[in-house]
Design a protein around this ligand. Structure first.
Ligand code: TXA
Ligand code: MG
Length: 350
């Protein structure tokens, strides 16, 4: 299959391109598109064959459900059995935006889209390109992140091309993703709301709108495989770079000297080395490739650059990668959740 790429300007979207892309989705084809979190791989959410194609293009296990993207609140009622008051409050506060909510589904949503579940994940993105595409495609786009299964989610069109060229019909290039991490997922199908995946919309932000403490899926807190995450996708090994990634945590001066010792030993063994660090400490490292992800205290900078850094290490063929750990408050919880997965839970505590 030949994959067409079209560049779009978010502030001046070419309607002819959007119409062409929308028609591809309406006819059962696949279009990758930008959102404010990461790029999505879109197909018609109400067409079971489109969902089957998405799983095939990603190489993704088909028990891992897709998120249905909508552009307006009126699109929610036709696909879910009930909208709890708390979900309405969160929608008022954070939609459109990097928040996904899980509801019980109506039969119109095929099981192929929900990985066999009776529940459906729904998100209203804020990206203007994404919203224009959703409208042009008939209102419901199923979209996982547009990476091959297991790789870091793509935060620019060039990474989508790397993974998806020849596998899908079209890629809309809308520049760099603003947030850089996937949406926060909140489950509304139980007795009380529970976060299944941390993201840019933090537990504190959700609790303050709901005026109650939001739950957190215990599988997120425990490094224990007997806790089965409720979001099926959270159980898979994810984001892993090709090189071996190890997180080193402890007092900053000790972390710097320990990583530099590990780097020196790797170098003696002829291995190429990389480090992910804060902007403040990056210059202290002696590795072949040092990436400053963001300033301490500005977690959104680190969130924005984490997946890009992981992909760059692959491009540079880095064999051993060491990462500082990052503050877990606010968006930091989402950063550490992705980083620990990428490292396959390999953490050295000093
Ligand atoms: O920011 C995002 O959410 C991006 C952009 C493209 O919107 N999408 C994204 O999709 O990250 P994906 O497929 O890579 O991750 C979706 C996650 C998976 O962990 C999946 O298991 C979970 O959402 N999920 C989807 N539907 C679910 C459901 N009904 N119940 C529980 N978890 C669900
Ligand atoms: Mg994904």
């Amino acid at each position: 299959m030949k994959t067409e790429t079209a560049i779009l300007d978010e502030s001046n979207i070419d309607p002819a391109v959007i119409e062409r892309a929308g028609n591809i989705i309406k006819k059962g084809g696949l279009v990758a598109f930008p959102t404010e979190t990461v790029y999505g791989l879109g197909g018609d959410a109400l067409n079971p064959q489109s969902s089957a194609k998405i799983y095939a293009a990603k190489g993704r296990p088909s028990d891992n459900p897709l998120i249905v993207h909508i552009s307006g609140m009126e699109a929610l009622d036709p696909i879910v059995t009930k909208i709890p008051d708390n979900a309405r409050k969160l929608a008022d506060a954070y939609w459109p935006g990097p928040l996904t909510m899980i509801f019980n589904k109506k039969p119109i949503v095929p099981r192929e889209t929900t990985g066999g579940l009776d529940t459906v994940a729904v998100r209203m993105p804020s990206s203007r390109i994404a919203r224009a595409l959703i409208d042009a495609a008939g209102g419901y786009i199923a979209a996982p992140s547009a990476n091959l299964s297991g790789r870091p989610s793509p935060t620019s069109a060039s990474y989508v091309i790397e993974d998806m060229d020849g596998r899908i019909d079209m890629i809309l290039d809308g520049g760099d993703s603003e947030v850089g991490l996937e949406s926060t997922i909140v489950d509304f199908t139980g007795e009380y709301p529970v976060i299944l995946r941390p993201g840019y919309i933090t537990a504190e932000m959700i609790s303050s709108v709901l005026e109650m403490e939001v739950g957190i899926d215990p599988a997120l807190k425990k490094d224990d495989p007997s806790f089965r995450p409720k979001a099926p996708g959270m159980k898979y090994r994810h984001y892993a770079p090709k090189g071996e990634l190890v997180i080193v945590t402890g007092p900053s001066d000790k972390v710097v000297s320990h990583i530099n010792e590990l780097v020196a030993a790797d170098r003696e063994n002829g291995l190429s080395t990389g480090v992910m660090a804060s902007k403040e400490t990056a210059e202290l490292y002696r590795a072949d490739s040092v990436k400053a992800l963001g300033s301490k205290g500005r977690a959104e900078e680190t969130a924005h650059s984490l997946f890009r850094a992981l992909r760059e290490f692959d491009d540079e063929k880095t064999e051993r990668i060491y990462s500082e750990s990052f503050d877990e408050t606010g968006v930091g919880a989402a950063i550490m959740n992705r980083l620990i997965k990428a490292a396959g839970h390999h953490v050295i505590q000093l």
